[in-house]
Design a protein around this ligand. Structure first.
Ligand code: ME8
Length: 523
């Protein structure tokens, strides 16, 4: 474990042109699980999310809605805050790029870049995709079905010719390549790292960082006819939130550089190429790591408003339950890969992993303690090999989990936990407490105690992914709230025999596959 005990992590700030969907929910969920894990592991965590409210795309969406950009962004930004509540996110801050603290920080980073000689005035003529808020070289464009030029993302491009300030990105190729070389963990997973390195190796062009053909943005200091390029403004949010431009402040020195920027693979270039160059240009340290996860499709199709197949996280939470959705999203797909959302798959996970494996384990063990021991945790006798094996596996999980969370391998983390869940179910089958009850009451006590201890370890390590259900598991073994951190894992903090457990109740109900969807959640 590293000596550093603070952890600063961020989600992308989401555009307010649209309502939140499963993709946005996913990135923030991953950060939430990571934040909760680190807090339980004794870290001081700062978890940031928020909304990206400037730029041409938002300006156009506001106009289409017949609203002023500010009132439009106020309204849509609120949807993202509501999502945070529904999904049980534990973010410490929610930043909006229209806030005064952020406008101040964006102008300050501009000034730092200009003072350090990295910004000059010129004219931009080239291709721009409003949907991506990105400039593209002619060579990157592809021809769409109707003969129109498209960005590699499929977004339409338009020709832009206007006065613009530029950032001298072309000067950063060697420094960036050296930085990637010295920091092999900076970009993950490796496929994204290779993609970024080959993009930078091909050579970089200076980047247009201001626009004059619209006004919805942060004004360029000393030249208010220009607004800052929305990505320079947006990326700066990560610094704003921890006190930039007050670089000597307690907050900034405590949290910067960020430990992790979590993003989707669509925006890796902005985070792993432009952002470290901007930061170094402004005399600031680059973040420690950028993880670019994969893309969710819906029943095999790309999720898009025009296809009309957007998955509203509020709907699936109302239908399946919050922790069930949280578990599914983190368990189903190796983090970093693309994944497909299907109702069949989520029902399969809920019935298989949650109801059959974990739910059944808790239900069997706790109802036997209720029935055979009047709900009082029995005193164990001497442990045999099978008992020690299960207790050892439960205690031993945490080192592996730490390693997996630092690699953002959420699905592997859940696999590691499920190895113990399955071992515990196998232990119940082998030990057959229902027989011991008649044949060997002393041994029965040991077996039930070992199971309660295993449930304690499982409940503690499941809190980051399924906070409500895990805390209900721990309530059922009467574990005090102040004994639920990772520091309380292990035999030294074991449950006290004689503790009285409440009457057990099922935590993970089985779903019937053709069950009707529950009523739509209210926003
Ligand atoms: O890009 N699958 O905002 P955005 C997985 N404002 N993740 C998905 C997804 C999908 N189908 N769709 C979206 C922006 N995401 C900028 C960011 S940061 C300084 C500025 C997630 O609203 C994923 O994290 O388009 C992706 O990177 C992000 O939403 C894009 O959100």
């Amino acid at each position: 474990m590293s000596g550093r005990r603070t952890y600063y992590l961020t989600t992308p700030i989401y555009y307010v042109n649209d309502v939140p969907h499963i993709g946005h929910a996913y990135t923030t969920l991953a950060c939430d699980a990571l934040s909760r894990f680190k807090r339980l592991d004794g870290f001081d965590v700062h978890f940031l999310t928020g909304t990206d409210e400037h730029g041409q795309k938002v300006e156009k969406s506001a106009a289409a809605a017949g609203m002023e950009p500010q009132s439009f962004t106020d309204k849509v930004s609120q949807n993202f805050r509501d999502l945070a509540r529904t999904m049980n996110y534990s973010n410490d801050d929610f930043i909006r790029t229209t806030e005064p603290r952020h406008i101040r920080a964006s102008q300050a980073i501009w000034n730092a870049l200009r003072d350090n000689g990295h910004i000059y005035l010129g004219t931009y003529s080239g291709w721009y995709a409003v949907r991506d808020e990105a400039f593209y070289a002619e060579s990157e464009l592809v021809e769409g079905p109707s003969g129109k030029k498209l960005a590699p993302s499929g977004a339409e491009v338009e020709w832009v010719e206007e006065s613009s300030y530029f950032f001298d990105l072309s000067q950063w190729q060697d420094r960036l390549l050296a930085f990637y070389d010295e920091n092999p963990d900076f970009i993950a997973p490796p496929s994204r790292r290779n993609e970024v390195i080959s993009f930078v190796r091909q050579g970089l062009q200076d980047l247009s960082v201001s626009r004059t053909s619209f006004t919805w943005g942060v004004s360029v200091p000393d030249d208010p006819g220009h607004v800052m390029y929305v990505w320079l403004d947006a990326l700066t949010n990560y610094c704003t939130a921890v006190g930039y431009p007050d670089t000597d402040s307690a907050d900034f020195t405590k949290w910067w550089p960020a430990d992790l920027h979590m993003v989707g693979k669509d925006i890796v270039r902005f985070h792993a190429v432009y952002w470290p160059a901007f930061l170094m240009g402004a005399g600031l340290a680059p973040p420690r790591r950028v993880f670019a996860h994969g893309w969710w499709t819906n029943e095999g199709q790309k999720i898009s408003k025009s296809v009309g197949n957007i998955i509203d996280p509020l709907d699936i939470v109302a239908r399946y339950g919050i922790d069930q959705v949280r578990y599914f999203l983190l368990r189903e797909v190796p983090f970093g890969n693309d994944g497909d959302f299907s109702h069949r798959a989520i029902v399969g996970r809920i019935n298989g992993d949650l109801a059959n494996d974990l739910g059944n384990l808790c239900q069997r063990a706790l109802s036997m303690i209720g029935r055979y021991c009047d709900g009082v945790l029995p005193e164990p006798g001497p442990y045999g090999a099978a008992d020690l094996a299960l207790l050892g596996a439960a205690d031993g999980m945490i080192d592996e989990l730490r390693h997996e969370i630092d690699a953002q391998a959420f699905n592997e983390m859940l696999d590691t936990i499920w190895v113990v869940v399955r071992a515990a179910n196998g232990y119940v089958d082998h030990q057959a407490p229902w027989k011991l009850q008649k044949e060997d009451p002393a041994r029965l006590k040991t077996v039930l105690y070992v199971l309660a201890e295993t449930i304690r370890a499982l409940g503690i390590v499941l809190q980051p992914v399924m906070p409500d259900s895990a805390s209900r598991m721990l309530d059922q073994i009467a574990l005090a709230a102040d004994r639920r951190s990772f520091a309380h894992l292990g035999r030294a903090h074991a449950l006290r025999p004689g503790a009285r457990f409440p009457a057990p109740s099922g935590i993970f109900p089985r779903l019937v596959e053709d069950e009707k969807p529950a009523a739509k959640a209210k926003r």
